[in-house]
Design a protein around this ligand. Structure first.
Ligand code: KG4
Ligand code: ZN
Length: 364
């Protein structure tokens, strides 16, 4: 896998949850070029059930994948022979859904005698920031906020991760989804709450900023808890319903959104300052939230130490294959061995264990 002036090009596949996606990404002299990015969203179908139905997700991935691979290659104007590797998300996520991307990627790799790279989904989210024009170089801190994860991650060197903070219960995106459901809004909850919040008063209700006690005293400064916040919203909704007063959905949405944004921004900025880290990256589905983006930018610029904020482009915050391609290109250039064609999938593999995906024999 030698580095050439034309750079390296990968076809990347993403099927870990409810978006089927394929993309062709190229990296030349360290810079990333998105040649194509195709997404078939299943969100509408799952919204009828109020959340993702794993069996439906796997079936829809199976139906969509052949067309997505075809479209991604055609739109990129890239022939299979020009590819340097095939990459698929293999962990974490829904097992049946991950299998579809994995088997498609491994089959293409075997057929065309290309290296196969199994990619950790969160490594993909972390790499989404490189699809922006200005991206940071390590060391930097990442606030990763998605439907399944809320973590503060220290990236000391490329692809070397240390978790400094996490949610002890719901992920931030999960809190958006659950609060949306109890407000009678559609799935996914994030965009639905954001739309209602635009017409609401973010200061009308004070919702709690959940903290996690440290058994040896005080609180864990960079950890999160969103379950109390969700219960507090539920009580507020019930108090209106019990009095037969219409629920002020806009004000509750805005106040909830504001509480989540404040706690995420506060704790990640404190973590950056305490660890003397000058660059803070924000990625994941919830990072698409405009109130959160604005607050992060404004608080960072007024902080006691200046912190440079890097936000993943909005289009690449929610699940996509372009970010998986970016992660694969970084792995490719780091000269790791490709993944085994016998590599399976893992619904729960921690980001700090992502190196295991390039071991022979494979870990699963
Ligand atoms: O990263 P992602 O697409 O999938 C996971 O890896 O989990 O994140 C999906 C989550 C959902 O919980 C969704 O409600 C949330 O991101 N989300 C948002 C917004 N767009 C998506 N949350 C707040 N505001 C948004 N605009
Ligand atoms: Zn994701």
């Amino acid at each position: 896998m030698s580095y050439t002036d034309e750079g390296q090009t990968v076809l990347a596949l993403e099927t870990s949850c409810d978006e089927s996606a394929a993309a062709v990404v190229r990296r030349v002299s360290g810079k990333f070029f998105l040649l194509s990015s195709c997404i078939a969203s299943q969100v509408e179908e799952h919204s009828q059930w109020g959340g993702v139905v794993p069996e439906i997700a796997s079936r829809r991935h199976l139906e969509a994948m052949p067309f997505l691979v075809h479209d991604a290659l055609i739109q990129s104007q890239c022939k299979v022979e020009e590819l340097d590797a095939i990459a698929s998300t293999v962990a974490p996520g829904l097992a049946g859904a991950l299998m579809v991307g994995s088997i498609t990627g491994r089959t293409l790799a075997a057929l065309h005698q290309l290296p196969f790279l199994g990619i950790h989904h969160l490594e993909g989210h972390l790499s989404s920031v490189f699809l922006d024009e200005f991206s940071p170089s390590p060391p930097y801190l990442v606030l990763l906020v998605s439907g399944g994860h809320t973590e503060i991650i220290y990236v000391e060197r490329e692809m070397s991760f240390r978790k400094l903070g996490r949610s002890h219960d719901d992920a931030a995106g999960e809190a958006f989804d659950k609060v949306a459901r109890l407000l009678g809004l559609s799935y996914p909850g994030g965009p639905a709450i954001e739309a209602k919040a635009k017409d609401g008063d973010p200061l009308r209700f004070q919702f709690p900023k959940g903290r996690i006690s440290n058994p040896s005293g005080g609180f864990y400064p960079y950890d999160f808890s969103f379950s109390g916040l969700k219960t507090s919203v539920l009580r507020k909704v019930e108090s209106f319903k019990n009095k037969n007063i219409p629920v002020p959905v806009e004000d509750i949405s805005a106040s909830f959104e504001n509480a989540v944004a404040e706690v995420l921004v506060e704790r990640s900025l404190n973590c950056a300052v305490d660890h003397d880290i000058k660059d803070l990256v924000m990625v994941g589905g919830v990072a698409a939230n405009q109130r959160l983006r604005n607050l992060m930018r404004s608080k960072a610029s007024k902080h006691r130490l200046p912190i440079q904020v890097h936000l993943a482009p909005k289009a690449f915050c929610t699940d996509n294959a372009a970010m998986i391609g970016a992660a694969a290109l970084i792995r490719l250039e780091s000269n790791i061995s490709p993944s085994s064609l016998e590599l399976g999938v893992s619904p729960r593999l921690s980001l700090t264990e992502a190196d295991k995906l390039y071991r022979t024999p494979p870990p699963f």
